[in-house]
Design a protein around this ligand. Sequence first.
Ligand SMILES: [Zn+2]
Length: 258
Amino acid sequence: MSVVLNEVKQAEYIIEKGEVGNKPTSTLFLLGKYYRLKENLDKEHTFNKLNEFMENNYKNYNSALWEDIIEDISKKANKYSLREITSIGITQQELNEISEINNLKYQKLLFTMLCYAKLYNLISENNNGWINTDIKEIFRVAQVSVKYRNDKFLYLNDLERTGLISFSSKNDNLNIRVNFVNINGVFVINIDDFRELGYEYLNYIKKGRFIRCTECNRLVKKKSKHDYSTKYCSECAKKKFNEQCKQNMRKLRHKQAL
Ligand SMILES: [Zn+2]
């Protein structure tokens, strides 16, 4: 699951669409927080809501197998916080720093790390530009692919040499500090979705090459400049296709029955 800026909006989307996703426990945890903290339900009502959600949306749901997990989530979810950030603003000065680096892959990585740093700065006042996101995740949402796994470290080393980022390897995991966060500038890009940060950057520098999925709002690359037929991201396109198939089958059976 990518980082979610607005967990309230995300929870409402999941409830509306009935989407359990491929990590049911994470989904239940998010909904648990939503019911306890946003809807102010007590643990019993939250338990019922979560159970009902699974009954309606999880294939072959067996409530006995899930009872302990749902009970635990319903009991503890109110001890956490529900993130409700509208967007992360990027300034012209920050974009200028990025565009100084003459390599599109590096630019996408810098933009992605900048977004994470600004998010963590918002969440924690004393963060000061540090990110401790998994490197795999950074490359994935930046849409930067490498031939060999080691290349990821080579890229980051190159970027460290520019002075725009620096490293610290406390506690065994690599922490990266973004050194060009600008706190006073006017925002020229507002990011409200962390799933495709590399594309968000390209969408800014090359206008008209992307669309937003009409179902889930994910940024999707158009097949060509004049592609007006793409409406969905690959995930939603698959779901739509399956729904259509089911509908056609139902129609066919109905016809045969007549
Ligand atoms: Zn979609």
